[in-house]
Design a protein around this ligand. Structure first.
Ligand code: ADP
Ligand code: MG
Length: 347
């Protein structure tokens, strides 16, 4: 993403921004929210915790932000142990919870000033910071209006501004766009991408939107039932599902036998399927295969009207590692009784 700080601006020898090992958390009523959560997040990066509702994302954030204690396991944030030095952790982090923490009857500016003062900022410095953030989050005109009159998108932008008042090293965003309309969501994505360009800022983002994680996060950990099932860059994760699907529409020509023969055995091309004027192949690298495929079709006398390359989606990755579709996992959470128990041995 072009808005990110250049790699050289990041200090790769810095301690990880977040390191968690084997976090276990059980809630009253025998709900096991985390069953061995491990995380390592490099400073200065955007990290996405992606999982369906009920996966344990918010519980993880609560533990890392000192709002909840794990039953067992360890975690450090910005180099500080969350259990031994929660005060140090709190000074180093900004938190945007899943539910807004802004005071609805105060104005946006008053919320920012109060937040700054809670962090020990005083006088002109805190006023300047409030102005700067109102400006930056496009709230300057609304700054002196009560928050309860803000749109959903404005409230969410204020929430993020509140998390940044004291210039944290690590910003936690728990589902920053859930409940926003598509336009406000896109605006928030742009904002987060811009934040990611702030030198040194680490962003830990939870989301149940595959597209959001794919678009914003440099690395993604997929969370399912209280643990990480797979982690990597979006491209690495999708790349684990070998190959791209290349679909081509033929304009003319295209004797099925001749087309099949022309494409079969091309380097990096598998599973040639010809169905009338539609040709589909699996290719190790779709973009690289397209010119090769087009040339072979031309030699076989077939004219191509259109070609598209489809990458495997994160939903495909989730299916492979969690053993069910993302949408099924989401609806399973709506019916808790349907969630298999760990004792049942189901992944
Ligand atoms: P996510 O943020 O991924 O949707 P959560 O961490 O909120 O997941 O929840 C993980 C599991 O823990 C869910 O089954 C949820 O119902 C349960 N849970 C979360 N908070 C509480 C709580 N305060 N008391 C009891 N159960 C909880
Ligand atoms: Mg949550």
């Amino acid at each position: 993403m072009s808005t990110r700080a250049p790699a050289a601006a990041r200090n790769s020898t810095r301690a990880p921004a977040v390191a968690a090992r084997n976090l276990i958390k059980t809630y009253p009523g025998d709900v096991t929210a985390l069953r061995g959560m491990d995380l390592g997040i490099e400073a200065g990066t955007v990290f996405g915790l992606l999982g369906p509702n009920g996966a344990g994302k918010s519980t993880t954030v609560k533990i890392l932000t000192t709002l909840a204690r794990p039953d067992s396991g360890t975690a450090t944030v910005a180099g500080h142990d969350v259990l031994r030095h929660p005060d140090r952790v709190r000074r180093a982090i900004g938190v945007v919870a899943q539910k807004s923490g802004a005071d609805p009857v105060a104005t946006g500016r008053e919320n920012l000033l109060l937040q700054g003062r809670l962090y020990g900022m005083r006088g002109a410095a805190v006023k300047r910071r409030a102005d700067e953030l109102l400006d930056r989050f496009d709230l300057a005109d609304a700054g002196d209006r009560q928050v309860k009159g803000y749109s959903g998108g404005m409230q969410r932008r204020l929430d993020v501004a509140l998390g940044l008042v004291h210039r944290p090293e690590v910003l936690f965003l728990d589902e920053p766009t859930t409940g926003l309309d598509p336009e406000a969501r896109t605006a928030m994505w742009e904002e987060i991408a811009r934040l990611a360009g702030d030198e040194g800022l680490t962003i830990v983002l939870t989301t149940h939107y595959l597209e959001e994680a794919d678009r914003l996060a440099e690395r993604i950990a997929i969370v399912d039932r209280g643990r990480i099932v797979v982690e990597g860059t979006p491209d690495e994760l999708k790349g684990e599902l070998r190959g791209d699907a290349v679909h081509m529409e033929l304009r003319a020509g295209g004797d099925t036998g001749a087309v099949t023969t022309a494409l079969t055995g091309l380097p990096g091309v598998h599973e040639v399927l010809v169905d009338g004027g539609r040709v589909s192949v699996r290719a190790e690298d779709g973009a690289a295969a397209v010119p090769v495929l087009l040339a072979a079709l031309e030699r076989a006398g077939a004219a191509v009207a259109a070609a598209t390359v489809a990458r495997p989606s994160l939903d495909d990755v989730y299916l492979r590692y969690a053993g069910r579709r993302f949408s099924e996992a989401e609806s399973a959470e709506a019916r808790p009784a349907a969630v298999p128990t760990p004792a049942g041995g189901t992944r």
